[in-house]
Design a protein around this ligand. Structure first.
Ligand SMILES: C[S@@+](CC[C@H](N)C(=O)[O-])C[C@H]1O[C@@H](n2cnc3c(N)ncnc32)[C@H](O)[C@@H]1O
Length: 298
């Protein structure tokens, strides 16, 4: 166990990234990220709803919009706790919840991989918040141990890049020009957003972590990646695997940035429509249960 608010040693670099450059990028593109992922999160909550009156935890909660949504679903008799390894995200989530007048929400800085939770939960949720830990099995086991017997895990994770063509194309464009830099002082975000895309691997990790009743439901819903093509190019150059490589090269690649932007424009052009740029996006809605519930056969 690691002390509350202190990340596991192997997650320190990712925590630095999520508390600094990635937090700043997410603030800049907050609306695209939250609106874009919103439908995937709602589909997950519909597939595995939190229990009314339940105690729920939202792992890697970011700005806490999902935590607020979970709080409204469990109702006044329940409580939703948002956990994030990044202090700046938790400060932002607290401010947003206060502004919204949410009463049954709480936010805590913590590393889901190793933190000691101060209570047991009936339900654990995560929208894109569990794939950045260095030790996924340890994170999943820690979450399973925080659940009451029979407690439900519901997580949204990216499926493979090939079915998320905006990411795949951006990466292909950047790969034409750059490799991952060998030397960088910039912190990276750990295993990265696609580290749980393989259902066989994740299913095995969940089993090793002690989960039962593991299910995967494919969710294909378009994602808005820009209000127009320029905005979409800017977004792709700031976030995701392509954005990460560009960030790590910093200002050493200023002369090739316009070429990358022009190629990206072409690669994303077919997704532009009258209401913005909408690209196909594909996630897994993952369900799993902690053993010991009423329905578990012993
Ligand atoms: C891609 S963002 C998703 C944020 C939010 N769930 C959403 O859907 O908008 C990933 C979040 O996970 C958090 N995170 C990364 N590693 C974590 C860990 N080990 N424990 C808790 N939170 C973590 C990051 O700080 C970040 O806020």
């Amino acid at each position: 166990m690691v002390a509350m608010g202190v990340p596991a040693a192997e997650n320190r670099e990712a925590t630095e990234a999520w508390s600094g450059p990635l937090f700043e990028t997410f603030v800049r593109y907050r609306d695209l990220v939250i609106d874009g992922l919103g439908a995937h999160g709602e589909a997950a909550m519909a597939a595995h709803p939190p229990p009314p009156g339940g105690r729920v935890v939202d792992l890697g909660c970011g700005f806490g919009d999902t935590t607020q949504h979970l709080a409204s679903l469990v109702g006044e008799g329940g409580e939703a706790i948002g956990v994030d390894v990044s202090g700046p995200f938790i400060d932002a989530a607290r401010e947003e919840a206060e502004r919204a007048g949410a009463t049954n929400v709480r936010f805590v800085v913590g590393d889901a991989q190793g933190m000691e939770f101060d209570q047991a939960f009936d339900y654990a949720f995560s929208r894109m918040g569990i794939m950045f830990a260095a030790n996924p099995v340890q994170l999943l086991r820690n979450v399973r141990m925080a659940l009451s017997p029979g407690g439900q895990l519901c997580a949204v994770v990216w499926r493979r890049k090939l079915d998320n063509p905006w990411v795949h194309r951006a990466e292909q464009v950047v790969d034409e020009y750059l490799e991952h830099p060998e030397e960088t002082d910039e912190p990276t975000c750990g295993p990265g957003p696609f580290s749980m895309a393989n259902a066989d691997t994740l299913s095995e990790q969940l089993k090793i972590a002690g989960f039962e009743e593991i299910t995967f439901q494919r969710c294909d819903l378009p994602l808005k990646i820009g209000r127009d093509l320029d905005h979409a190019v800017e977004f792709n150059m700031a976030l995701g695997p392509a954005g990460e490589v560009l960030r790590l090269w910093e200002d050493r690649i200023d002369e090739i940035r316009p070429k990358i932007a022009a190629d990206l424009r072409q690669a994303l052009a077919e997704f532009e429509g009258p209401d913005g740029v909408f690209a196909p996006a594909s996630t897994w809605i993952v369900g799993a249960r902690a053993p010991g519930g009423a329905d578990t056969v012993q």
